[in-house]
Ligand binder design. Structure first.
Ligand code: CA
Length: 411
């Protein structure tokens, strides 16, 4: 990859390098929500840039509360906007050098949910996670159901409760079956958990009845975000048979505010795990479809110090995004711009790479000790969960920033 030299001052280890340029929606004290691009510790105001006719997009498309209309222009436009911005940030005689007001400090901006999410689908595509959960919830000998290696298993999630990073989540209440009891009680969840996931945002509509093949999939994927699929394990365990999770998941999911484009992630492509048995023809794919993205989860107790509890990687995924999208649409189900398709919890083989407290504490039997000496098997009130993700290769870094959320009590 060509090295690029930007005239913008980029702090060391910044996720938002000249190679990244993710899109998000921000507002400030003085400006309404609008499209911006993150660069270093600043946001470049794209709406203002368009108003000054420095980029060729109508300002009304960028002065919006969501990215849907911009994304809907299609990759042939959005790709070029990103490359134009990159050029403007590299050119020695860039017109932006005389327009410092176009750069807003990240800490002066409020970030918003980047897209209007019509539909949210959650896959279950990490073989390590599915195996761990199968061992605990089902059968230690036959952890994976017979369909798992043939189908990128997924379910329809709840879009209305997806919130942007920084939004607090109230501990959910629901039906829980106490240990050794035969009937449930109604209470606040005692086994609240995170799920370390990535979500991709679709960038193109399909018509009902149409399918997207694995070779076409990249064209339908605008970009990725970090995704915390909060889960109430006690509610989930009682309700999920026979149709899968419902209230154990639908109370909230958190996403990072910056959508990192597929183009920015191109240098970090890697081969996925070998798929055995061989998949059906519509799930076959060519080329490298996994991405080497380091993922971390940290827990911060109230007024306490942050502690890393997991380090995983998106490359562990058994099923890749192209297969997920091909499978999702193979029956003719239509998709729309701004749909979120989450990966499912991303766990690795090693126990330091498990993507949920359910696995880290092995069903609550192995507590984690935090820096203040307190122990956690699941998430306590006022704990904050922070997830981070970045790809790095040959000195080039492309990161996602973070998605964080604090759990509030529900008495
Ligand atoms: Ca999930």
């Amino acid at each position: 990859m060509n090295k690029l030299d930007t005239w913008v001052n980029i702090p060391e280890d910044s996720d938002f390098t000249i190679y990244n340029l993710p899109f998000g929606i921000f507002s400030t004290e003085n400006s309404s929500p609008r499209v911006g691009v993150a660069i270093g510790d600043k946001i470049l105001d794209l709406a203002d840039l368009a108003e000054k006719e420095i980029i060729a997009v109508h300002p009304s498309i960028l002065k919006q509360e969501t990215l849907n209309e911009f994304i809907g222009l299609g990759k042939h436009i959005t790709k070029n906007v990103r490359l134009d911005v990159q050029n403007l940030l590299v050119q020695k005689d860039s017109p932006l050098k005389d327009l410092p007001d176009l750069f807003i400090p990240l800490d002066k901006a409020q970030m918003h949910l980047p897209v209007h999410i019509g539909d949210y689908t959650d896959f279950y595509s990490s073989i390590e996670h599915a195996t761990n959960v199968g061992k605990m919830f089902r059968d230690p000998e036959n952890a994976l159901l017979p369909n798992w290696r043939h189908i990128p298993v997924g379910y329809h999630g709840r879009a209305s409760s997806i919130v942007v990073s920084g939004t607090s989540i109230k501990r959910p209440k629901g039906q829980v079956l106490p240990k050794d009891a035969s009937s449930p009680v109604f209470k606040a969840s005692g086994r609240l958990d995170f799920e370390l996931e990535m979500g991709f945002i679709t960038g193109k509509n399909t018509n009902l009845g149409e399918s997207v093949s694995t070779s076409e999939a990249d064209d339908y994927i605008f970009g990725l975000v970090l995704f915390n699929d909060w889960s109430a394990r006690d509610i989930q365990k009682w309700e999920y048979v026979p149709l899968g999770p419902f209230l154990g998941k639908s109370f909230g999911s958190s996403i990072s505010p910056w959508i990192v484009t597929l183009e920015a992630l191109e240098p970090f492509k890697v081969a996925g795990p070998n798929q055995d048995p061989e998949v059906l023809p519509y799930l076959k794919y060519k080329g490298e479809k996994n991405y080497d993205i380091t993922l971390e989860v940290a827990l911060v107790p109230k007024d306490g110090e942050e502690q890393t509890v997991s380090t995983s990687n998106y490359k562990y995924m058994y099923w890749n995004m192209a297969q997920q999208l091909a499978h999702h649409t193979v029956n003719g189900c239509n998709i729309n711009v701004g749909d979120v398709m989450a990966s499912g919890t991303i766990s690795g083989k090693d126990e330091t790479s498990y993507g949920s407290m359910l696995e880290i504490s092995w069903g609550g039997t192995k507590p984690v000790t935090l820096k203040d000496g307190s122990k956690r098997t699941f998430i306590e009130d006022y704990d904050t969960v922070v997830m981070r993700g970045f790809a790095e290769k040959d000195g080039i870094r492309v990161g996602f920033g973070e998605v964080k959320g604090q759990i509030l009590p529900n008495n």
